[in-house]
Design a protein around this ligand. Sequence first.
Ligand SMILES: [Zn+2]
Ligand SMILES: [Zn+2]
Length: 300
Amino acid sequence: MPHGIATRNDVVTLRRAGRHATGADPRPCMMARPWQWGMGRAGLVLSREAPSLAAVADLASRLGEAESALLRVITALARLEPVSAEVVALATVRVRREPPCIALGELPVHADAVGMRFAAVVDLLSEEGLLAPSSYRALRARTPDVAVLVRRWTAAAPARDGRDALALRIAGVAMRPLLRHLSLSLEPPDAPPCSASGRCPYCNGEPDFATVGRNARILYCARCDAAWRAPRGGCAFCRESRLDRLAFRRTGEPPYGLEVCATCRHYLKSVDVPVSGYLAIERALSAPLDSGARAAGLVG
Ligand SMILES: [Zn+2]
Ligand SMILES: [Zn+2]
């Protein structure tokens, strides 16, 4: 279902048609009633597909230089795909019935394919002016060791320095196509699953974005792009519900905002009227909020 890019004033609500078939999801849904989805009141699910190059170019032409570079990078990452041998190997990954369904350590690591994506991401960052030449050369030189980087990323091993941290992050980005292929294949066809834990029900990653409806919010996994339905109120990370510990800030360009929790110091970017129907575009357009939040000592 390709979606056009709306202007900032357009309301784009993408609802998957049909009633929520409770039988399609092995996990019980305790928080929302099935018909809420069918009536569309709770349903605002962004597409995890990559937007078209033409749509990205059109939007980029209306942005400043830094913002358009971020838009091109983030939407290009959404276009990375696993190779066919990796997809075949994914079929043998054990999927647990209870969340988190996928153990990162069980993902197949095809060093050639992962290394190709690792190098492609490093090239992309460099081409968009987001990497200094010395960092580019150092990161590119680590391509042959990508399997080691992936193992360290999987184990959440500590980084040795800033450049090592970036290499680990890029290794994770190079593995994301596998994880998102698997988790999106596990998503029920007509509505995201419910989860009250604040963690992705598939890969146990944390959310980095939310779309907010009248009765529910949809959280999106920073690691695998999966979507899940969470309670409308409270901190998505620690479940803090005291109103004096929670804040909603609109900083910079609307329509994006930050949900901030004083208890766990986490922030979550959110939108109630998205500019587009695509998660990658919404992430990119709201990316400037990340630097402000981190500068304020918040954790994304
Ligand atoms: Zn996930
Ligand atoms: Zn919190």
